[in-house]
Design a protein around this ligand. Structure first.
Ligand code: ADP
Ligand code: MG
Ligand code: MG
Length: 250
């Protein structure tokens, strides 16, 4: 069993007006096999949390820790984090001209596994994954993300997660911009990876829609840079009904 533990995490970003604190003491513990939904209003710092855990250089950690099985990932390179089993979808650039989808997937797998996968077996696995996500095989030869629709990017993100089989995944707004069919395909993908690998999942979302398909064990309300309320799945229903207002006033 693995544990991802975020302790009193604080981070800021430099702006033309000076340093701006965004994360103001985040505490969160995720064990293998658990699904945690992080829900909160726009601008509350949810994406910043995922960027900081991903090691985005723009954000400066000013306090606290993030431990994976006791090891401080904040001191690690992005690749080291990935090799430890952390999947952070948004660490990858939006568009990479000249790199095909299939090359990208193989490079990512090689980086995480420490050696290149055997080619014939790998091609089979990738083919199967394209079927799982109802994506055309020819997609594999296209430039990474060049001209991809929002839905295609999200499918590819979770397809990549399936191939990497991480022990923890941080998924930021994986549901945004998906129509109902794509939402189902992507959600089934998340559930499949979760079940196959006992992956612990941090699912960051603004809306409760995806939680009808991916069932969280815990729901956290995120506001003004930290977690202000924790509960079970029923908390998502309460938020759906009443919105975030009462947590903002607090
Ligand atoms: P969320 O994902 O919850 O909508 P974000 O983490 O994207 O929130 O943003 C939190 C706050 O930090 C917002 O006010 C946003 O404008 C600000 N912020 C995030 N990144 C930067 C940045 N690089 N420069 C300036 N402000 C930023
Ligand atoms: Mg479960
Ligand atoms: Mg965001």
């Amino acid at each position: 069993m693995s544990v991802l533990e975020v302790k009193d995490l604080q981070a800021q970003v430099e702006t033309p007006e000076g340093s701006k604190p965004i994360l103001k003491g985040v505490n969160l513990k995720i064990e293998s096999g658990e699904i945690h939904a992080i829900m909160g209003p726009n601008g509350s710092g949810k994406s910043t949390l995922s960027y900081v855990l991903a090691g985005h250089p723009k954000y400066e950690v000013t306090g606290g820790e993030a431990l994976l099985d006791g090891k401080n990932i904040l001191e690690m390179t992005v690749d080291e984090r990935a090799r430890l089993g952390l999947f952070l979808a948004m660490q990858y650039p939006v568009e990479v001209p000249g790199v095909s989808v299939s090359n990208f997937l193989r490079t990512a797998k090689t980086a995480v596994a420490g050696e290149a996968p055997a080619l014939r077996q790998w091609l089979k696995v990738v083919d199967g994954a394209f079927d799982d996500f109802k994506m055309e095989k020819e997609f594999a030869s296209r430039d990474l993300n060049a001209g991809f629709s929002g839905g295609e990017k999200k499918r590819l993100e979770i397809l990549q997660m399936q191939l990497l089989a991480p022990s923890f995944a941080i998924l930021d707004e994986t549901d945004s911009g998906l129509d109902i069919d794509a939402l189902k395909i992507v959600s089934e993908g998340i559930n499949r990876v979760h079940e196959a690998n006992n992956t612990g999942i941090m699912l960051i979302t603004h809306y409760s829609r995806i939680l009808r398909y991916v069932h969280p064990d815990f729901v956290h309300v995120f506001a003004d840079g930290h977690i202000v309320k924790e509960g079970g799945p029923e908390l998502a229903d309460e938020l759906e009904e009443n919105g975030y207002d009462k947590y903002l006033a607090a």
